[in-house]
Design a protein around this ligand. Structure first.
Ligand code: SAM
Ligand code: SF4
Length: 442
C-alpha cells in the first residue's frame, strides 16, 4: 500500500483542511506513514501569515528535496496559503515539487493523484476560482469527541497587515442546511464539542441575504438545538461584527461555551485606524464589557500585534493599558511581519527590529501575569471538564478542557468524551490542575 505523510502549519482552519487532505488520500487507498521518510506522498499544508512559517517551510522543503533525490518517484505536494501566495513561482522556486494547490482547492490534489500523478503535467494548480467547501470531501478526524465545522471561507475585511484576503479570497458563507446536517452527523458519531470556523466567523450569512435572511446568532441557536452537542465554540469573530443578536444567542444557548476569542490587535485607536480594523479602543472595551455583562464568567482571549508601522512607545503603552483594563485570560502575541502585497508592507515608518522584540517581551510579561492571576481565581471552584485523554505531561492524570477553554490536568478515572466536575487545586498561566470532584466528595 502507498503511504502519505501530511505536515501542517498555521491556524485551526489549516488543521481542519489537513483532516480533509488525509481523508482524500485515504479515499484513494493510501495509508498514513509514520514519518516523511517512509511516505510515498509527502504533503505540506502551508501558512504564510507571517515570515516565520515561510522560513519553517523553506527548511522543511530542503529536507523534502533530499528525500526526493533519494527516491525520485516520491511525490511532493504543497498546499495551503503559501502555495496560493506563491502560485506564479512555486515550481520555479522549488523544482522538485510535483503538485501544488491553494486553500479551498484540496480536491485538486485528489484529482491530480487520481489521474495518475506523474502522468499529469506539473504546473497544474487548483485555482482560487474553483474554491469549494472542503466539507464535501472525505475526512480523517484527529479528535474523537471534538470537531471543527467550517461555516465560511475567505474574508472581506481589508486589515492593512493581513495576507488572508489575498490568499483565501472573498468571503463565502456555507448554506445553513449543510452546516446543520454536518453538525447532526457529527453528534451521531459521538462528537460532543464543535468549533465553528471562519476567518470572520460572525459575519457569516451576510452574503446569503436576502436569499435566506439569517445571521450568526441564528446559526448558534440552530446548532444549540442539535441533540448530543454539549459544547459549541467559534473562532475568530471580528469585533466590528459582534452585534447584539450574537451576544444574546451566546447568552441564551446552553451549549455555547463561556469563552470568546476577540482579536484586539492594538490598544491604540490611531494604530487600529492604520490597521483598518474599523473599531476604536473605546468600542472594543465597551464590547468586552457588554459580553461580560451578558455572559457572566466569560473567558476572553485575544490576538495582539506589536511593532505595526508607525507604532510609537505611547501607542504601545495604550495596548498595555487595554490589556490591564480588560484582563484577558490569554493572548496570542505577534511581532508585526510585513507581507508582500499588503498595504502595511509599504508604509514608510517601519519599527526597528530590536524595538519590536523589546515590546513583545514587555507585552508577554503582562499577558502572562494577568493570565496567571485569572487562572488562580479558579482555585477552589468545580469546573465542568470535557475529558480528552491522558495528560500529555503525566500519564497518571487525565486531560480535558473547561467551558472557558482552559486545559486541566486532573486525577480521576473518566473516559474521553465524559463531562466531569473537577475541583481546581492549582494554576499556571496556561493550565489548571485538579481532582475529579465526585471522587473528592466520596
Ligand atoms: N481572521 C482572524 C482575525 O481577524 O482575527 C485571524 C487572522 S490570522 C490567521 C491570526 C492572527 O495573526 C491575527 O489576528 C493577527 O493578530 C495575526 N497576524 C495577521 N497578519 C499578521 C502580520 N502581518 N504580522 C503579524 N501578525 C499578523
Ligand atoms: Fe486578516 Fe483582518 Fe480578515 Fe482577520 S479580519 S483574516 S486579520 S483581513
Amino acid at each position: 500500500m502507498k503511504r502519505y505523510f501530511v505536515t501542517t502549519f498555521g491556524c485551526q482552519m489549516n488543521a481542519h483542511d489537513s483532516e480533509r487532505i488525509k481523508g482524500v488520500l485515504e479515499d484513494l487507498g493510501l495509508g498514513e506513514a509514520p514519518s516523511q521518510a517512509d511516505a510515498d506522498v509527502v504533503v505540506f499544508n502551508t501558512c504564510t501569515i507571517r515570515e516565520k512559517p515561510d522560513q519553517r517551510l523553506a527548511a522543511h522543503l530542503g529536507q523534502a528535496a533530499a528525500l526526493k533525490r533519494a527516491e525520485p518517484d516520491r511525490i511532493i505536494a504543497v498546499g495551503g496559503c503559501y502555495a496560493e501566495a506563491q502560485r506564479e513561482r512555486i515550481f520555479e522556486q522549488y523544482p522538485f515539487v510535483d503538485v501544488a494547490f491553494g486553500p479551498g482547492t484540496i480536491r485538486h490534489l485528489a484529482d491530480w493523484l487520481g489521474a495518475g500523478g506523474e502522468g499529469v503535467p506539473r504546473g497544474l494548480f487548483g485555482t482560487a476560482d474553483e474554491r469549494r467547501f472542503s466539507a464535501a470531501l472525505p475526512t480523517r478526524r484527529e479528535r474523537r469527541v471534538q470537531a471543527w465545522v467550517q461555516v465560511s471561507m475567505g474574508c472581506n475585511s481589508v486589515c492593512s497587515y493581513c495576507i488572508v484576503p489575498h490568499v483565501r479570497g472573498r468571503e463565502l458563507s456555507r448554506r445553513p442546511g449543510e452546516i446543520l446536517a454536518e453538525v447532526t452527523r457529527l453528534a451521531a458519531e459521538g462528537v460532543k464539542e464543535i468549533t465553528l470556523l471562519g476567518q470572520n466567523v460572525n459575519s457569516w450569512g451576510r452574503d446569503l441575504l436576502p436569499d435566506i435572511g439569517t445571521d450568526f446568532g441564528e446559526l448558534l441557536r440552530a446548532c444549540d438545538a442539535v441533540e448530543g452537542i454539549a459544547r459549541i465554540r467559534f473562532t475568530s469573530p471580528h469585533p466590528k461584527d459582534f452585534r447584539r443578536p450574537v451576544i444574546e444567542a451566546m447568552a441564551e444557548s446552553r451549549s455555547v461555551c463561556e469563552h470568546t476569542h476577540l482579536p484586539l490587535q492594538s490598544g491604540s485607536s490611531r494604530m487600529l485606524k492604520r490597521m483598518r480594523r474599523t473599531y476604536s479602543r473605546e468600542r472594543f472595551v465597551k464590547l468586552a464589557d457588554d459580553l461580560r455583562t451578558a455572559i457572566p464568567d466569560l473567558a476572553l482571549t485575544t490576538d495582539i500585534i506589536v511593532g505595526f508601522p508607525g507604532e510609537t512607545e505611547a501607542d504601545f503603552r495604550e495596548t498595555l493599558d487595554v490589556v490591564e483594563e480588560i484582563r484577558f485570560d490569554g493572548a496570542f502575541t505577534f511581532i508585526y511581519s510585513p507581507r508582500h502585497g499588503t498595504e502595511a508592507a509599504t508604509m514608510p515608518d517601519q519599527v526597528p527590529e530590536e524595538v519590536r522584540h523589546e515590546r513583545l517581551e514587555r507585552l508577554v510579561d503582562v499577558v502572562q501575569r494577568i493570565a496567571h492571576e485569572r487562572n488562580q481565581e479558579r482555585i477552589g471552584r468545580v469546573e465542568e471538564v470535557l475529558v480528552e485523554g491522558p495528560s500529555r505531561t503525566d500519564p497518571a492524570l487525565l486531560r480535558g478542557r473547561t467551558r472557558r477553554n482552559t486545559t486541566v490536568n486532573f486525577a480521576g478515572s473518566a473516559q474521553p468524551g465524559d463531562l466531569v466536575g473537577v475541583r481546581i487545586e492549582a494554576a499556571t498561566s496556561t493550565t489548571l490542575r485538579g481532582s475529579d470532584a465526585a471522587a473528592v466528595a466520596a
